[in-house]
Design a protein around this ligand. Sequence first.
Ligand SMILES: *[C@@H]1O[C@H](CO)[C@@H](O)[C@H](O)[C@H]1NC(C)=O
Ligand SMILES: *[C@@H]1O[C@H](CO)[C@@H](O)[C@H](O)[C@H]1NC(C)=O
Ligand SMILES: *[C@@H]1O[C@H](CO)[C@@H](O)[C@H](O)[C@H]1NC(C)=O
Length: 224
Amino acid sequence: MEFLKIQNYNTLMTMKSIVLLLLCVVRVNAQVTLPSRQDGFWYKNRIADTETILIEAFFDPLCPDSRDSWPPLKLAIEHYGSRVSLVVHPFPLPYHDNAFISSRALHISNQLNSSATYRLLESFFDHQGKFYGNATINLSRSFVLDKIARFTAKSIGNSHYAAVKSAFTDPKTDHATRISFKYGCIKGVYGTPFFFVNGFPLADDGSTLDYNKWRKIIHPLLKN
Ligand SMILES: *[C@@H]1O[C@H](CO)[C@@H](O)[C@H](O)[C@H]1NC(C)=O
Ligand SMILES: *[C@@H]1O[C@H](CO)[C@@H](O)[C@H](O)[C@H]1NC(C)=O
Ligand SMILES: *[C@@H]1O[C@H](CO)[C@@H](O)[C@H](O)[C@H]1NC(C)=O
């Protein structure tokens, strides 16, 4: 009997701890400061309105599946023109080396020359192998950061190198990249590429979407 009582007491304490823990989680969530503007990079500056179909893409610039999913999506977006709007959110996966630095580079590029952001994204896609695995395993963080700063400047205009370098020390660009990541988490993103159409997640695995599948997704929506 006594033993049972102690057990119950322990159960009670465990439950109390769980409740406390849940309260902590809720508190942490409440502490995410609201961003002053929406996250993401609009393709060709075609910002969505109520008449357009909105595609949200979460890409890790150093993710091979994101790279492979981009050409068919780009082709589909170009096919439908102004009827479809695309916004890309960087989503740095924790298991990809240097994903956060390269996502930050996209924010920096967007700040310095917003018309070059997609060009930089495509450059990362084209040269991913330079930034992870054996290519960087023995390099220091500051060396990699400089490598990515030079790469970024080359893509958006070499005259921007000093500005890119200094933007990497600006807490605002760090914060913007964190917001991108947190936004993905809030939407339930757990890998890349990850797509939403008019706010709803696609049932297909993002990496299997070819041009024809995109047409099959978008076409019926335009008819209605
Ligand atoms: C901004 O980027 C665009 C596209 O890459 C390029 O044509 C333009 O020259 C750049 N502008 C500046 C000021 O570097
Ligand atoms: C990376 O380098 C190590 C040591 O130099 C080598 O054993 C390994 O095969 C390399 N991995 C790849 C994927 O190239
Ligand atoms: C990294 O450094 C270690 C230790 O010096 C070495 O054994 C390894 O081969 C290096 N890897 C690459 C890919 O250069």
